[in-house]
Every structure is written in structure tokens, then in C-alpha cells.
Design a protein around this ligand. Sequence first.
Ligand SMILES: O=C(O)CC[C@@H](O)C(=O)O
Length: 318
Amino acid sequence: MGVILATSRSFSDGDLDLVGRARAAGHEVVRGPAHHGLAELAPLLAAAEGWIAGTGPVTDEHLAAAPNLRVVARYGVGTEAVDLDAALRRGIPVTNTPGANADAVADHAVGLMLAALRFIPDGDRRVRAGDWSVRRGRELGAATVGIVGFGRIGQGVARRLGGFGSRVLATDPFLPADVLVERGAEPIDLDELFRSADLITLHAPGGQTLVDAARLDSIRPGLILVNTARPDLVDEAAIADALRDGRLGAYAADTLNGDTAASASPLLADDLADRVTVTPHLGAQTTQAVDNMGSMSLDDVLAVLAGRSPAHPVSPRL
Ligand SMILES: O=C(O)CC[C@@H](O)C(=O)O
């Protein structure tokens, strides 16, 4: 029996029997820790022929510790934590699960927009403290929403905002303007989007800083910023400053620098609690998305282990 290592947080936690599917193909699934250092994983990597990887790092050192490894399947979409060049050099294909969690994340992004616009988490905290005073919010349909990154998730957000009646602006370096128009958004460049929107939602790949102190000087006062993508897209200290001096109205995020060790984030300061909402990277955690990510990643691993091409290869040159 070959070993498939799964270090994603929720592989096989959905409705599908993915462990049984692997077993039927002659493989055993071994679960490993999602937030891992190399020392912790090395004994598991030593035996693995396939690796279903979560958001944790997949470095050249990890690959060197896995002499039997034949495929890395990213359980999810972002591949910034995977050393694609190292995998290419070692002849190990890398796959991901495009679209698998797009609806789940788009739902969550809209949820965070409403949470921030209507002070929902703050209202809950107040009621529990016996305070029934109200804060007056704004309607999503009256907002100009800027979508940064118009891939499957960004487009899913635009579709949902169509139902609310919001004005939707979008920017994406890889898509022609007519595609944005066709899918419900007004094309605009990044600088102009930050100057024009009342609410901005980030759906771009990690590995770049899109929101820093200079950018926050150009925004409309009271802007609401939503980040369901990656923590390094924003400079968290600059966000905290902008929340304190009122340039930014609210920050609602499904990700923080350091993630599980995030208590160190400046955004968790007590004085910002009424303007900051954070969820524990649960945007992709729905039964449907977990089944999609699990079955797509497992099918790709099984394909490679059976000597076939995977359906969702990631190109290191993209
Ligand atoms: O819930 C997860 O495992 C993360 C998925 C998400 O970050 C992705 O990369 O698509």
C-alpha cells in the first residue's frame, strides 16, 4: 500500500468517503499537522508517495525529505507557499483545485462586507454586555465596491453584488477589460479603484503587498477593507494606524499574519475591536468546498500514482 500524506486541515471531513476512495485504489491516507515545521513532518514525508498539502510550506527541504514522493496536490488554490521551481527540478508535478472553493469564499467575503457595514459582530458583543444601543450602518446596494483580482472568487463576488445592486469596480492584471464588463464589473486601474471605492475586497494571490501606508493615504475616508485572501496582501501595522486615525472605517479579514499565532497581530488590539472582524481562515470551509478540494486533490494524486497526467497541474512559470 502506498502512503498519501494529507496535511490540509479538512481533507475527508466533508460528505465524501475520500479515505475509502484512496484505499480502493490501493493507498493509505495518513493525516499530518496542517501548521508544520520540517522536523515534525520529516518522518511522515519519508514514506509519502503523494502529498495533499494545505496552506503550510512545501519547500525544497520538504521535498528532499520525501524520497518516494511523486506528486504534491495543493488542497486549495493558492500556491505561494509551494516552491514550484524546486518541484519542477525534482520532477514532481504540483496540482491545485481551481474553482473548488470559489462559491464558499465569495459567500464569506459578502458575509464580511455585511458584518462590517452593519456592525454585526460588534452588535453581538454589545448585546452580551447588556448594551442595546445602535450604530447606524450603510447598505451594500448603496456602496461602490472595488474587487481586486477578478478570478473565479472575484467574479463570484461580482455576481452576488449584482443581486444587491451595488456599483462594482474591478481590476485584474491578467484579464482584458471586456471580460470584466461581461461579468458585471467596471474595469478600472488599481490606483483609481483605491481612490473610488467605499468598500474594497481583495481576491489576489499572496506574495505581494497591495495595501500599505501610501495606498491608505489615497482612499476615501471610512473605506471598508475585506481580505479573505492572504495576510501579506496588507501591511497590518499600516491598517491599524489608518483605523485609529479614521482613514479606514473597518477591516474584516479571514486571514492574519501568523495565522494561528496571530495574537501578535496589531489588528487584535482591544481598542480596534469595534472596527476589526477576523475569522480563522474558514472561507473555504463548507461541506461543498471541502468535498470539492478533497476529491480534486485526491483524484490528481491517484492519477499520478497510476501513471496518468493529473487534471489540474500548476505551471511553475505562471
Ligand atoms: O481552507 C483551506 O484549507 C485553505 C484554502 C485556501 O486558502 C486556498 O488556498 O484555496
